[in-house]
Ligand binder design. Structure first.
Ligand code: ATP
Length: 354
């Protein structure tokens, strides 16, 4: 097992596209590390450089104590799982699992032991004598995961491995991957554009944007204190409210007069935006003390909770409320902030300032 160090990784493709710009990542031994970001942000390129499938323009990659820049993929002792299962169609599950070990010339008895163990971990028992065309998408992906396991690599690199599964299977397989990683304790780097997947899987998450790392943190850290306006808008569903604010009378005031608890150390000499989660706001009957008057614009019932959009000083604000609290569109309501000091950003640099 091994941690992975990426230092000043830069990748420019021959056509001039800069996919990755001086990325630094320090992934701990045994960590489940997620790289999250929108399409085209450079996640796959970074992962493929770790795997040795793409040569970086500059920068270093270390796996454990080894500088792997010049090592071909087969000598990096990692296993990759992609969004496409890439099983051999003419081989039964058992032989698909054994294939990479036979290729290494491993003794038969040891191959059998490793294949049986991987089959047990991924619950493939009844599927061992089937060829891929007789397996469902989810089963094929479990075989692909098991095939990565048998090699007992120093690290797993996964590129959107659940993309082709339906919602229920996706959630189940996600849980399996999480348990597997915890059981084996093997370092895993997992690429996804799905923030729910990132939040539920990652020990830590790196948020990438336009080839750069915008934030690295635990799921709670990135949720509670997004490091930039990009991260603030990207993490959370429904997303954070990004409200233009001014400092007045020791308070932060949003349009419409909504008062927010100010964080300490705030400077007034720049345009500010506060990031307010929908669950840090509350709507009440109109005229309630310490509220500002608003009107309900829309009501979205999501099972146990309701997302209201209300207008406050011409800004639309999302509010998350329990299902038991009911207001109708166009109804007059009161709005107040119930959370602690929100993160505040400089709207010109888009950086977190307090
Ligand atoms: P997705 O989630 O869509 O896979 P990603 O975040 O993994 O996206 P990359 O695949 O790493 O992003 O691509 C990063 C940038 O590099 C994109 O602008 C992409 O168009 C570009 N790119 C990727 N591969 C090549 C290539 N072989 N030649 C030129 N440009 C490329």
């Amino acid at each position: 097992m091994a941690g992975i160090e990426v230092t000043s990784l830069h990748k420019r493709y021959p056509d001039g596209t800069v996919a990755v710009e001086h990325v630094d990542l320090s992934i701990g031994d045994g960590e489940l590390f997620v790289m999250l970001g929108p399409s085209g942000c450079g996640k796959t390129t970074t992962l493929r450089a770790m795997a040795g499938l793409e040569r970086q323009t500059s920068g270093d990659i270390r796996i454990g104590d080894t500088l792997v820049n010049d090592l071909p993929p087969a000598e990096r002792d990692i296993a990759m799982v992609f969004q496409f299962y890439a099983l051999y169609p003419h081989l039964k599950t058992r032989d698909n699992l054994a294939f990479p070990l036979r290729a290494e010339g491993m003794p038969k008895a040891e191959i059998r032991e490793r294949v049986d163990e991987a089959a047990r971990m991924m619950r493939l028992g009844p599927l061992m004598d089937r060829k891929p065309h007789r397996l469902s998408g989810g089963e094929q992906q479990r075989v692909a995961l098991a095939r990565a396991l048998v090699r007992r690599p120093r690290a797993f690199l996964m590129d959107e491995p659940l993309t082709n599964l339906d919602a229920e299977l996706r959630a189940d397989t996600r849980t399996e991957i999480k348990h597997l990683q915890a059981e084996l304790g093997t370092t895993m780097v997992y690429v996804t554009h799905d923030q729910v997947e990132a939040m539920s899987l990652g020990h830590r998450i790196a948020i990438l944007n336009k080839g750069r790392v915008e934030q690295v943190g635990t799921p709670l850290e990135v949720y509670n204190r997004p490091a930039s306006l990009f991260c603030a808008a990207f993490i959370g569903s429904p997303p954070m409210n990004l409200l233009d604010v001014e400092v007045a009378d020791g308070l932060l005031r949003a349009p419409g007069g909504l008062a927010l608890t100010p964080p300490s150390g705030l400077r007034r000499d720049r345009p500010l935006v506060a990031g307010v989660r929908p669950e840090a706001l509350e709507i009440t009957p109109p005229g309630t003390q310490d509220t500002v008057p608003c009107e309900v614009v829309s009501v979205e019932v999501l099972g146990d909770e309701i997302i209201y959009v209300v207008t406050s000083g011409e800004q639309d604000v999302r509010v998350r409320m329990p299902r038991t609290v009911r207001f109708d569109p166009e109804e007059a309501v009161g709005l107040r902030h119930t959370g602690g000091p929100p993160p505040v950003y400089d709207s010109s640099t888009e950086e977190l300032v307090a």
